[in-house]
Ligand binder design. Structure first.
Ligand code: CDP
Length: 793
């Protein structure tokens, strides 16, 4: 294992600077209730907007009568889809090149779809008036099950699309079908398993909302909104509204969690903008919890068949999968254009195999749009679940220990950079030490002994392993763009005359601690303590362009930008220092915060001295302009590939089928670690997410398309009572192409934990002959599995 540096170097007060554990700079304002979220924005004369949503999943709109609502006290405007259509605003592009209704004109296509909105003097008046809008619906049969969507007699959902005659959304394939067929034909053992990754919801603590303020005099729109990608959103608004970008300012203030839910553009944002233009007043829209759960970006919803081929002694030869993807009524995913299935292509996992193939079909259904990357890099969670479940099924079939099977098939350290059979180039990895460390921390052999003893007594204890490789940091602009916008990120650094600095980022924190870690990255490069470095983000007027924060891309992309912009400033500082010390640039040595004359350490200038000279009186070396600042745009050459080994121990009550996660060991490798305390926080949160998905969470629908998970009473999310004390460890395999060797970590734990938990539950149920049961493994599902019945998901 690697010992991490805690205090890399010190400022004059002997406080640690650079990488290491450092309390979060943003916490004082959060702890004192001084965070400023969208709903905290109050503007003079501000009006409030509420949205009328469809009560049914599929219906033709016959008529809408708004007269009673318009007459309701305090109401300023009532707007329907037909009114928006007159301005060509009834439909908007999604981030996946589909279109989505801002307000329904012809049909409603999912329960909760936006039908009309009311603008009123206060929130209550707006909500009351919704009740007075009279909509006549001609109810149609809905398509709720993705398997039904492609049947020839299935109702057509997207009749708005020219020439569309079925509910097919897209097909996608990767790998080599024939080569995979060949390895499957000669394998000793082939195991296949059907798996469902159910529809779940990111459910951030803060729901979505916006305050729009259009100034008709100077033609400028200011929009405070809950967005993980302020610059990308601004460009989309510019395209939709026909305004130039400099006339739109998107401000994303403090955000109470995003997890992918705040990447798409929602109709509510557009409605707030329209409402401000129509009324000439600032307008606030803030959705409630049920609106968030039924209408905003869901995640997963993949029906998968996984197949794995191996030799009798446990050499994995090939993996094949067939996926039916449910994208809801509009394709609202936010994945790079070339990757409609996100990064599902990494389904070959961490194993050195001979062939792989995936075929995917995506369909429209009468459910909310989405398929967002809920704390994962575009469908990697689904891919890791698939491979880690079928590897366990194979271990079961072979009668092999699942740890041993994994160790036998890992990609070896000398094989990196490793090109997978689906074309991904894993940058670096050293899997065995990570796995061994997790096993050592867990006391793996002892756990297996304990399990054998308990089994003999009829007790149900399970041990589950998952080993994952993620692909984060989208991405190289030659391959990756969202709606034509390349996935590079800008960064700007200014050092002030007194040696304090401000760094401006294009990415947007939603609680990940960027104000701290980005200051640490710059501090490490330039020697100014993090406390003296202000991090600005989330305001398009004041930050450079970039595609925002999701898919753990902040550190891989913007973290690299922050390091490189600091190095650019340092290069300029070196030239200024050479003038100050009257030596050549080559004679200067940099040592964390100061340039020294080589061989004469007594002669040195600090970065603060240099900053003052850069802005002060006196000559600067020839060709050097005043000031100490730089800007760059970083285009990553590859993704970064973090990995991790997770071991979960569960106990199941045989009387109630209740699963308790007793222990969870998580060893993560995210390359160079900037702030281990923040990393641990990210891992703890992600593991908790995993418990939710594996055991509790599912957005379900009845046969009429009513969403059954529309409140946190029904959609259960885990609390501290459902989770154990997490046991975390780490290894460090730096990324060879990232300037500081860092890989992303924000989502590793959400990706890796569900299969570890499910594998543990299935392991506990082995005495019942159970080989698989679908998430969420609620007591009723576990009970059914114990009794050999599988209820339809
Ligand atoms: O894009 P997002 O911020 O969600 O994910 P990330 O880039 O993985 O970073 C999450 C948090 O962990 C940030 O505050 C990072 O700076 C921090 N981190 C770290 O300290 N060391 C790493 N190697 C990776 C992330």
């Amino acid at each position: 294992t690697v010992h991490e540096r805690v205090d890399t170097f010190h400022d004059n007060d002997q406080k640690p600077v650079g990488y290491g554990r450092m309390l979060r700079k943003e916490d004082p304002r959060f702890l004192r209730g001084r965070g400023r979220y969208v709903d905290d924005v109050q503007l003079p004369g501000m009006l409030h907007l509420a949205i009328l949503r469809s009560p049914v999943a599929h219906a033709r709109i016959v008529s809408i009568d708004t007269s009673a609502a318009e007459a309701s006290p305090g109401v300023k405007a009532v707007v329907t889809g037909a009114m928006l259509a007159q301005q060509n605003l009834a439909w908007m592009p999604t981030l996946s090149n589909d279109v989505q209704a801002v307000l329904a004109t012809d049909k409603v296509r999912f329960q909760g779809q936006e039908v009309a909105f009311v603008v009123a003097e206060d929130r209550y008046a707006a909500r009351d008036a919704l009740e007075l809008i009279d909509v006549e619906y001609d109810v149609l049969d809905p398509v709720i099950d993705a398997r039904r969507a492609l049947e020839s007699d299935a109702p057509l959902i997207r009749d708005d699309l020219d020439g569309k005659t079925n509910n097919h959304c897209f097909d996608w394939e990767t790998g080599d079908e024939a080569a995979t067929e060949a390895v499957f034909a000669r394998a000793d053992v082939v195991v296949s398993q059907d798996l469902v990754y159910p529809r779940v919801h990111p459910a951030p603590m803060e729901t979505c909302g916006a305050v729009a303020d259009y100034d008709a005099v100077d033609g400028k729109l200011r929009l405070w909104s809950t967005t993980q990608a302020p610059h990308a959103h601004r460009t989309l608004y510019a395209i939709v509204a026909g305004l130039p970008e400099h006339k739109i300012q998107v401000i994303s203030p403090d955000i109470g969690g995003g997890f992918g839910n705040k990447v798409p553009i929602y109709p509510g944002y557009v409605c707030a903008i329209v409402a401000s233009i129509v009324t000439g007043k600032p307008v606030k829209w803030m959705e409630d919890r049920s609106e968030n759960l039924i209408s905003t970006g869901f995640a997963r919803d993949y029906i998968m068949r996984g197949e794995i081929a191996a030799t009798r002694d446990g050499r994995i030869l090939g993996i094949r999968t067939n996926v039916l993807a449910d994208h809801g009524a509009f394709n609202g995913t936010a994945a790079p254009v070339k990757y409609p299935a996100g990064f599902f292509g990494v389904f070959t996992g961490s194993y050195d195999i001979e062939a792989a193939y995936c075929k995917m079909t995506a369909v429209y259904t009468n459910k909310a749009p989405g398929g967002v990357a809920y704390a994962c890099s575009f469908r990697i969670t689904e891919a890791v679940y698939l491979v880690e479940r079928i590897v366990d099924c194979l271990a079961d079939e072979l009668g092999m220990d699942p740890a041993e099977l994994r160790l036998k098939n890992f990609i070896q350290p000398e094989q990196f950079p490793y090109t997978t059979k689906t074309g991904w180039v894993y940058d670096s990895g050293n899997y065995e030490p990570t796995m061994r460390l997790a096993m050592e921390m867990a006391g793996y052999d002892e756990l297996r002994r304990e399990q054998a003893e308990k089994r003999a007594r009829g007790e149900l204890m399970g041990i589950g392993i998952a080993f994952f490789t993620e692909a984060v940091g989208a991405g190289p602009r030659k391959d990756m763009d969202i709606l034509g916008l390349g996935m590079a990120d800008g960064c700007e650094l200014r050092v002030h005359p007194t040696g304090k600095a401000v760094v401006r980022l294009s990415v947007q924190s939603q609680g990940q601690g960027h104000e701290t870690t980005f200051a640490q990255i710059v501090a490490e490069e330039i020697g100014i303590p993090p406390a003296d470095i202000e991090v600005l983000h989330g305001d398009t007027d004041n930050t450079p362009f970039g595609l925002g924060t999701y898919g753990s891309r902040s550190t891989p992309v913007s973290g690299a930008a922050a390091a490189l912009v600091a190095r650019k400033v340092r290069d300029k500082a070196r030239i200024i220092a050479s003038g100050m010390l009257e030596v050549s640039v080559a004679d200067l040595e940099w040592e964390r915060g100061a340039f020294h004359v080589a061989g004469d350490p007594g002669r040195s200038v600090t970065i603060q001295d240099i900053a003052l000279r850069a802005h002060g009186a006196g000559d600067l070396p020839e060709g050097i302009e005043g000031g100490l600042e730089a800007q760059i745009c970083y285009n990553p050459s590859n993704l970064t590939y973090p990995h991790g080994a997770y071991i979960c121990v569960v106990d199941i009550d045989p009387g109630t089928a209740q699963v308790t996660v007793r222990r969870f060991i998580a060893v993560d490798d995210c390359g160079t670690r900037i702030n281990p305390m923040i990393i641990e926080g990210q891992v703890h949160g992600g593991l908790t997410d995993g418990v939710g998905m594996a055991l509790m969470e599912m957005i379900a629908f009845d046969e009429d398309g009513n969403c059954l998970g529309a409140s946190l009473m029904d959609y259960l999310i885990p609390t501290s009572l459902e989770v154990p004390d997490w046991e975390t460890g780490f290894t460090v395999t730096p990324s060879p192409h990232h300037p500081i060797g860092a890989k992303g970590v924000g989502e590793s734990a959400t990706v890796g934990s569900p299969p570890a938990i499910v594998n543990a539950v299935i392991d506990a149920l082995k005495p019942f002959g159970v080989r698989h049961a679908d998430m969420p493994l609620t007591p009723s599902r576990v009970w059914d599995a114990m009794r050999g019945q599988a209820r339809p998901p």
